[in-house]
Design a binder for this molecule. Structure first.
Ligand code: SF4
Length: 328
């Protein structure tokens, strides 16, 4: 039995559901089911980030500046000091769809619309195909500061790379796609709801020993500095630096899942890594980056920061330039 009460900006919701996740109210407002039975609306137009373009979509001041919205709809959302904001309102159907995907992916529900939206339909875009059998999950988690996570469909068993929110929609979609066999965790910061996915799908979580306190009961703990092949085509490469146990995963010499080791910087039009967000060792991260010069890949899929797709030779040149900058 579901019931609603409250004014236009305050909703209380009772539900028999015992799973956390997004729920869409009759007006099309997205709310997040939290631990208990009482829910509250998340995005509040009265707390709108000042400077946002007026109109249907807004960002409120619960934004944690994770950049997810700008990755999904760069024409619509932009950084504005400590928050992100609406740069301009979406106009075309495709722009509205991208902005609605951002609303669903936002880890804290800081994006809202003034009227009924199409979130319920757009939710079915997730997981969102990137290329071939590789997908972006959406539903970024606050627990990983909004890190991106990915799903790889494979005949020998599907992979989750880092963890989105454990939402009923994603669980059902992953079930329909054949479940999850492995959950590769790039590092300790981005485990989010990995334990819930592992329990539900009886999946094996894979993490490096040095970061394993974040997932003490992980099924596979890597303890070598050498790359490990878990399944043909899936090679996990230790890349200490951001954290001591950080690893990346190379899939089919095409897709490199990089966690917080490496990403694309669209404004500078180059690859990037952050010394200020390096929690373990910058010299170690630089050495890890240099070792990646031996690898071939065309897709770079990070936890934080932008994805990019470049011809392998161009990617290698960009990586060499980054190593030079890191050594300077
Ligand atoms: S996705 Fe949400 S929390 Fe992240 S920057 Fe955008 S509005 Fe802020």
């Amino acid at each position: 039995m579901r019931s609603f009460r409250g004014g236009p900006d305050t909703w209380f919701y009772s539900t028999p559901l015992n799973q956390a996740g997004p729920v869409i109210l009759p007006r099309g407002v997205l709310i997040e089911v939290r631990a208990g039975r009482r829910l509250e609306i998340v995005a509040d137009p009265l707390k709108k980030v000042p400077g946002s373009a007026n109109g249907e979509f807004f960002v409120d001041r619960t934004c944690i500046a994770c950049e997810t919205c700008a990755q999904l709809a760069p024409e619509i959302f932009e950084e504005a000091g400590e928050f992100f904001q609406v740069r301009r309102q979406p106009v075309t159907r495709e722009e509205i769809r991208c902005a609605t995907r951002a609303l669903l992916a936002c880890p804290v529900g800081a994006i809202g619309t003034l009227h009924r939206n199409h979130a319920k339909a757009v939710m079915h875009d997730f997981p969102l195909r990137i290329d071939g059998c590789v997908y972006y999950c959406g539903f970024n988690s606050r627990k990983s500061f909004g890190a991106n996570s990915y799903f790889v469909a494979h005949p020998n068993g599907n992979w989750l790379v880092d963890s989105p929110r454990f939402t009923p929609h994603l669980v059902h979609r992953f079930e329909a796609m054949g479940g999850i066999r492995y959950i590769f965790l790039t590092h300790q910061d981005d485990v989010a709801d990995a334990a819930k996915f592992a329990s539900h799908f009886r999946a094996a979580r894979i993490i490096h020993h040095a970061d394993s306190p974040a997932q003490r009961d992980a099924e596979v703990v890597l303890d070598s500095a050498a790359p490990a092949v878990i399944e043909p085509g899936f090679r996990i490469i230790p890349t200490p630096g951001h954290t001591r146990g950080h690893c990346v995963m190379l899939y089919e010499e095409r897709f490199l899942f990089t966690g917080d080791h490496l990403w694309w910087e669209p404004d500078a039009n180059r690859l990037g890594a952050s010394r200020s967000a390096c929690w373990y060792s910058w010299p170690a991260q630089t050495a890890s980056m240099r070792r990646l010069l031996d690898e071939t890949f065309e897709w770079l899929l990070p936890g934080h920061g932008d994805r990019c797709h470049l011809p392998p030779a161009v990617m290698l040149n960009e990586l060499a330039s980054l190593v030079d900058r890191m050594c300077a």
